[in-house]
Ligand binder design. Sequence first.
Ligand code: F6P
Length: 340
Amino acid sequence: MIKMIKRIGILTSGGDAPGMNAAIRSVVRSANSHGIEVYGIRRGYQGLINDDMIILHNKTVSNIMNTGGTFLFSARSKEFMTPEGRKKAYKNIKERGIDAIIGVGGDGTFKGLRDLSNEYPVNVIGIPATIDNDIGCTHYTIGYDSAANTAVEAIDNISDTMQSHERCSVIEVMGHNSGRLALYVAIATAATTVLLPEDKWNFKEDIQDKIRNYKEAGYNHYMIIVAEGAVNNDEGLEIKENVGEAVAKLIQERMNIEPRVTVLGHIQRGGRPQVRDRVTATRMGVLAVHTLMEGQKNRVIVHKDNTIKDIDLDEAINQKSRLYRQEKEILEELTGKVKG
Ligand code: F6P
């Protein structure tokens, strides 16, 4: 392995995800073991612009493997989206003698890396982390499993009390643009039905008939999972936000059932990372450092077919995220015609 770099900067950007800290730790420990210095850039791209950086030693990243959030803080920097913002950022990168930037985050983070590397001679590596698991180039993003486990635990609790009272629950799960988390969670909680941003829903088919089927089969508790971005319906109903409340209102008005609504919200983004996220983040962090040491330029670390590997950044950005149709079909098959 040829060592071509002396100093790396690492930042976390966009919505945080459990396991981001494990990725930072892994990059720091791996880089330091090869004599490479690591700067932690605080508050994402805004920290690059503001020159808000700290040197990360092995000791600095002790005791963070098991913590949620990101100790480097995260932000969505509007200034970095402008050429002027990136100019300021590059000035600081150059003055600090940083050879490469590792960005941990979602699609927006990768686009920031691409713009920076297109305009200035700086090498960049992306590590995918978002609870949405909605990055097309990778089968898995750090944080997905932890968020899903948090949601499932909360829904199991809600389910206990809703069953005792023979009620209908509407649970809103995170995901403005992607229903992957909602679908995954719906399967794991044996939901009655799920509404997703990717699919237009029909009240009769996707909610009413499902509840009726369950009722006729003798069930007395119905669990409706909705992604926060599931606003597309085929009746032209104007739903812009608070989808859970809107769906509950329809159930009340059209079926005379009084649902209880729970919006899980940011509780899903926090909390201790699960083993899968700790291990995936650690493997991705080490590969990010090795990729840089091999002299590779502008890469994204991905998880594909049970392998962690690196691919070209532009190629990564061009891949669109799609819903796992097979998961949707499985849920349909199990909830479609419930009998006895
Ligand atoms: O991208 C992660 C995510 O948690 C989405 O699931 C959600 O739609 C969005 O971020 C919420 O963003 P914010 O925390 O800015 O409200």
